[in-house]
Design a protein around this ligand. Structure first.
Ligand code: MG
Ligand code: MG
Length: 267
């Protein structure tokens, strides 16, 4: 069942989303060769608690940490550890926060030092596909409109769209209806309405769409060992149109990037 949010609830959800956004900004400022994902996880947990929020993933389905940290061929759900990041790695960081009873949930894939050109392109196209999908999240459109837009945009570059993991409705529960696949057919699936809030999150592989899972029961990685990227935003339908609750602004501030990519999704 899709749960529609009131404007007041959407304001609370924006607060939760922005706690995650600021957490990712702090992570962004610390990512460099030699740092461990576990040390970043501790920083994130401290910051989230300082905001009067709870880490959204810690303990959710028994996940052991605050951040999902998935380097290189890992797609999502990687567990932070003591292995230092290396020059040329990419690292997908997914973060959740719970405040006032509502979840925020978003993700960004970072470059560690200088990465290969073809990897940079994977990150760029995956992030662009997030916005391509978000444009379809408007009243009267359907789940398949978002999925097919992301799929078409990424597959034309020869990339693989992960099938087993999908975006989702977001609210008092981390994973609400509807499921939001990153593939699909235009005009199919549940219809979008005013007051819906979803997490749109393309997970795009440089090579095959096929996946494996590590024996830890969590980590999902590409079957061919090639890199994978993951970008996620929290989006509401307000006045019929997609409006961002989360922002990459804090990441861009930390990395010295200037961007107006989010402007069309603000009222
Ligand atoms: Mg997430
Ligand atoms: Mg999510």
């Amino acid at each position: 069942m899709i749960i529609i949010k009131t404007p007041e609830e959407i304001d609370l959800m924006r607060e939760s989303a922005l706690i995650v956004s600021r957490t990712l900004g702090i992570v962004a400022s610390e990512i460099k060769p030699g740092i461990t994902t576990l040390s970043l996880d501790k920083l994130a947990e401290e910051f989230i608690r300082d905001q009067g929020a709870e880490p959204g993933f810690l303990g959710l389905y028994d996940f052991p940490n605050t951040l999902c940290m998935s380097p290189n061929a890992q797609i999502v759900h990687g567990i932070p550890n003591d292995t230092p990041l290396n020059e040329g790695d990419i690292i997908s960081v997914d973060c959740g926060a719970l405040k006032n009873g509502f979840y925020g949930d978003h993700a960004y894939t970072f470059e560690v030092g200088e990465v290969a050109e073809e990897t940079k392109k994977l990150l760029q196209i995956t992030k662009e596909s997030l916005y391509v999908g978000m444009r379809e999240f408007r009243a009267g459109n359907r789940v398949g409109d978002v999925g097919s837009a992301i799929q078409n945009y990424t597959e034309k570059h020869g990339y693989g769209v992960v099938r087993e993991l999908v975006g989702h409705g977001l609210g008092k529960v981390m994973h609400e209806d509807p499921e939001m696949p990153n593939y699909g057919r235009r005009g199919r699936g549940k219809k979008f309405k005013e007051g819906m809030v979803v997490a749109i999150e393309p997970m795009i592989n440089m090579g095959t769409q096929r996946i494996n899972q590590l024996k830890d029961g969590w980590t999902i990685l590409t079957a061919d060992g090639k890199p994978s990227a993951h970008f996620e935003h929290d989006v509401a339908i307000i006045n019929g149109k997609p409006e961002l609750l989360s922002t990459f602004k804090y990441i861009y501030d930390a990395l010295g990037i200037s961007s107006n990519e989010e402007e069309e999704f603000r009222s």
